[in-house]
Design a protein around this ligand. Structure first.
Ligand code: ADP
Length: 178
């Protein structure tokens, strides 16, 4: 059984196998959690990202997809980079599906790596403007559905929420979903 846990904190400090990055599609870094991961993780992560851009993702990583690099100087072993959708009310359904896909694809890549512990930020809930409670519903609902009743999944999927407000939103949605 996989435990789904919530902590308030900085994802770059987590002692886990996989840290998920809410990456820019360029894979070349950005603001928010992406900036923090590259700052704290050092230049090796960016070097691997450049390599991936050159070899496999000439046009960038598509929204909803995920790809792994090693984790440089972070305490984690790998970073799984996923590209969340920008929130756009007019295209809610397809974009919500893309956000769910970020979680599914990241967990698939983490499983391929043999990760036992995976930490997620609140993908799309920062610069990409997703309303926090809805981002939390999609995040928690999707991860719960992936790990439900599955043997051999990770031991822990940890949501690392930046700031007390985001933590409270996730905790509230977690209580709603049981
Ligand atoms: P996006 O572009 O997908 O919205 P952001 O990085 O802007 O990505 O924000 C995603 C979430 O990550 C936001 O809730 C933001 O506050 C949070 N965040 C920013 N820095 C960190 C960090 N070091 N650890 C965990 N979460 C972070």
């Amino acid at each position: 059984m996989t435990r789904i846990t919530l902590v308030e904190g900085d994802i770059t400090a987590q002692q886990v196998d996989v840290v998920v990055n809410a990456a820019h599609s360029s894979l070349l870094g950005g603001g928010g959690v992406d900036g923090a991961i590259h700052r704290r993780g050092g230049p090796r992560i960016l070097a691997e990202c450049r390599e991936l851009r050159a070899s496999r993702y000439g046009r960038g990583l598509a929204t909803g997809r995920a790809v792994a690099t090693t984790a440089g100087d972070l305490p984690a072993r790998w970073v799984v980079h996923t590209v969340g959708p920008v929130h756009l009310a007019d295209e809610y359904e397809e974009r919500a599906e893309l956000l769910a896909s970020c979680y599914r694809e990241s967990l698939r890549v983490a499983a391929e790596l043999g990760a036992r512990t995976v930490a997620f930020p609140a993908v799309s809930a920062g610069i990409f403007g997703w309303p926090p409670a809805d981002a939390a519903r999609i995040a928690l609902g999707t991860v719960a559905a992936v790990v439900a009743g599955r043997e051999g999944g990770p031991e822990e999927v940890r949501f690392v929420l930046f700031g007390a407000e985001m933590y409270e939103v996730f905790a509230g949605v977690g209580r709603e979903l049981g």
